[in-house]
Design a binder for this molecule. Structure first.
Ligand code: SAH
Length: 378
């Protein structure tokens, strides 16, 4: 990072990847450059994904020199890549201050989904999630959230491109609301990555004020809510934030969430044997979701020695799904991806371990994400 020190307190120069296009335009015109330069610069940052001002060859040399002294480009660096037998790749990423996070690339038939993080660690303490065991290290900046797309994009072979983004990596996106919203604006801007909001999904543990803010933002991204229990008693236990935002309030916020025609919100439900996988649970879920245009994504628990729950049998999972389907819901069973590299849902954890243990520890604590997917058949 560039620090200007003239015998005065050090002033950190701005990271240009923290700016939306209007902010970049304002900043650069303040330096005496034209607004056109902001659009050029934005393309270099987000479309061509360069890492240094000197690579921005259509900017005049004087402009590049000006930028060198007054700004910086924070970089999200790929430290390690693990590839799963199913094609899923988990990336260990390092942020400018040395903090580490994980992101996952999930290839499917006609899509390539990037699962990215919004926090290093997480403060939500869900009992069945391994990331929770890290606690919260810190929030990510907008540049670090959106910058994961740059880092992931630069690992792809020529012609490869990311088609979908899910904010389902480490952390709770709505607990880091401002940076998350800004990162989404950056990714959606046509002059940059130009990602369609329809192909972006924000997943939340159920922070009601955040859901309402996202609704007001007008961003038009998809919402997924990790429900995982149908009574406040059980949810208070599994997902402690439920004590602040109980089911009634949460589902009301979901009912109020604006959905464009033909779009549905998603409810994720992590199935745990003997805990929340009974027929009664499925029936209560049907009642709770009545009137919400939604689909249900059932995620059989990804097990870990640190997690005190077990995955239900396939039969139980399918009979849970059957109750939902007979009530008219679309209910898919999430095919677990990247399990062999601990890239599956709720498995993302970065810990202070030497790098060479990453590939050799079965349930290593560096992992992290989750996925996604379609229907039965794994
Ligand atoms: N904090 C957000 C974003 C994380 S997404 C959220 O809670 O939605 C991670 C997803 O993986 C969530 O749906 C979570 O419920 C799920 N998950 C967590 N631990 C899991 C585990 N052990 N097995 C399967 N899914 C898990």
């Amino acid at each position: 990072m560039t620090v200007v020190s003239l015998g005065m307190p050090a002033v950190q120069t701005p990271d240009l990847r923290d700016f939306t296009l209007p902010e970049l335009t304002e900043w650069i015109t303040g330096l005496g450059e034209t607004p056109y330069r902001a659009r050029q610069l934005y393309r270099w940052l987000w479309r061509r994904r360069v890492e240094a001002f000197r690579e921005m060859t259509d900017l005049p040399i004087t402009c590049r020199q000006n930028l060198e002294t007054r700004a910086r480009l924070g970089t999200v660096t790929v430290v390690a890549v693990q590839s799963s037998q199913d094609g899923t790749r988990k990336l260990l990423l390092e942020l400018p201050d040395g903090e580490r996070i994980e992101a996952v690339l999930i290839p499917e038939a006609r899509r390539l989904t990037a699962c990215i993080s919004t926090q290093a660690g997480c403060a939500m303490e869900c009992r069945f999630c391994l990331t929770a065991s890290m606690g919260l290290h810190r929030n990510l900046r907008a540049s670090e959230i959106a910058g994961q797309l740059v880092a992931l994009g630069n690992t792809l072979a020529a012609g490869g491109h990311i088609t979908h983004i899910v904010l389902m990596g480490m952390g709770e996106p709505l607990a880091n609301y401002a940076a998350t919203e800004k990162a989404l604006r950056i990714l959606i801007a046509r002059e940059g990555v130009g990602f369609s909001p329809r192909r972006i999904t924000v997943s939340t543990v159920g922070l009601v004020p955040g859901i309402r803010r996202l609704a007001r933002s007008g961003l038009g991204v998809n919402l997924a809510v990790s429900l995982s229990a149908t009574t406040d008693e059980l949810r208070d236990h599994l997902v402690p934030i439920n004590r602040w935002y109980p089911l009634g309030e949460l589902l009301q916020a979901c009912r109020d969430f604006p959905l464009p025609p033909r779009r549905r919100m998603t409810f994720e439900y992590v199935l745990m044997a003997g805990v929340n996988d009974h027929t009664e649970d499925a029936r209560r879920l049907v009642k709770l979701l009545r009137g919400i245009r939604c689909k249900v994504n059932l995620i059989p628990l990804n097990e870990s020695p640190e997690i005190p729950f077990r995955r239900p049998s396939r039969q139980r999972t399918e009979s849970f799904q059957g109750v939902l389907e007979r009530a008219g819901y679309i209910a898919t069973i999430r095919e677990s991806r990247g399990e062999d590299i601990s890239a599956a849902c709720g498995m993302l954890v970065t810990a202070e371990r030497p790098l060479d243990t990453i590939t050799s520890t079965p349930y290593n604590r560096r992992c992290g994400v989750e996925q996604f997917g379609s229907s039965l058949g794994s």
